[in-house]
Ligand binder design. Sequence first.
Ligand code: NZQ
Ligand code: ZN
Length: 389
Amino acid sequence: MLGNFVYANPTKLYFGADALNSLNMELSKYGKNVVLVYGGGSIKKNGLYDAVTEILKDNGKNVSEIAGVMPNPTIEKLYEGMEIARNAKVDLILAVGGGSVCDYAKALSVSVNCPEDPWEKYYIKFDEPTCETIPVGCVLTMAGTGSEMNAGAVITNHKAKLKIGHVFADEKIMPRFSILNPNYTMTLPKYQMCAGIYDIFNHICEQYFSGTDDNTSDYISEGLMQSLIHSSRIANANPQDYEARSNIMWTATWALNTLVAKGKSTDWMVHMLGQAVGAVTDATHGMTLAAVSLAYYHYILEAGLPKFVRFAENVWHVDPAGKTDKEIALAGLAAMESWMQELGLAMHLRELGATDDMIEDMVNATLILDGGYRILTKEDIRKILQTSM
Ligand code: NZQ
Ligand code: ZN
């Protein structure tokens, strides 16, 4: 039965090849002081930096910059940005980049006016902001995280060997607007494109592999997964295919803008394992998920068998004739595995630089959640990570 829920999503999305034209109108809603946040330089190479700074200049904005936001943004980088944003008396934070840049912008939004230490407040105590937050806008350059239309912000603390996500309860933390032009994703290296595709797929899985009720969200999830598998194969063969890249970008947004989680329980243990791997190795997010997924899903398969059977039949079109439920479920995971191999995803943690002596740190960094088909113990987590090596 659908549980009770509230659904509100205030992010205004501009999608398509001309979407950047809308930035003028959006900028008119905010004050003069804009902090422009971006990553390691891809936007300077592909011309987006020039295009955005020109629009900011035409609108008479005072622009300060936070450059060099790294993949898996760190708490130290957040402290640095807080100084810049405070000095700038920021009115709007404009993120131009992938999920790391968008997440960072949201973490900055809730920290600029906050007297407490943001790591302690948001990532250890999971408090909500008690200070005035700053509006965030995004120009997205990579499809994957869904950060463009959600209230999540993941920050890594290398000293503590932790990578933690906070999904803020207040929808005000979601970007006020996001500009999605699939053409901006065309310069992504294939490794990142495929990591993003698997991230999208796993976001859907995390919300699908939980619960036994008949739930509209699961039907939507099956549709999204099929579209993604289809478009990923086209994009893998021809990364410049606009139709495929635009479908992937739109699927990413729907995979994690909270819609398919409404009214149902969700799992998120692959992400908890992946974040622990990321905390220790700093590897690419989507690849950390790929490397642990199959070991995890095989581990919980018996506990969630009816859903794995449904996944095999409805997503991978496994023919059930003459098979036991377990055989159908295993055939579904086998089909998923061969699709992952087609995309060249990391299938083992060693491919991401992990070594056996890192396993204990990863076990300790894994948060244990209770929404999935099995509640894991530390020993279960150790076994899954060992199998993933
Ligand atoms: O830094 P630059 O130079 O821009 O290069 C980036 C980066 O090296 C590059 N890139 C991005 N767009 C590009 C491009 N290169 C060429 N052309 C382009 N158009 O790609 C690399 C990866 O970028 P990043 O932003 O790190 O990737 P992604 O979008 O996968 O974001 C990953 C971060 O998001 C978090 C992850 O944990 C990780 O920290 N997540 C956020 C979530 C959320 N907000 O809900 C949920 C996710 O599960 C995830 O945890
Ligand atoms: Zn993810």
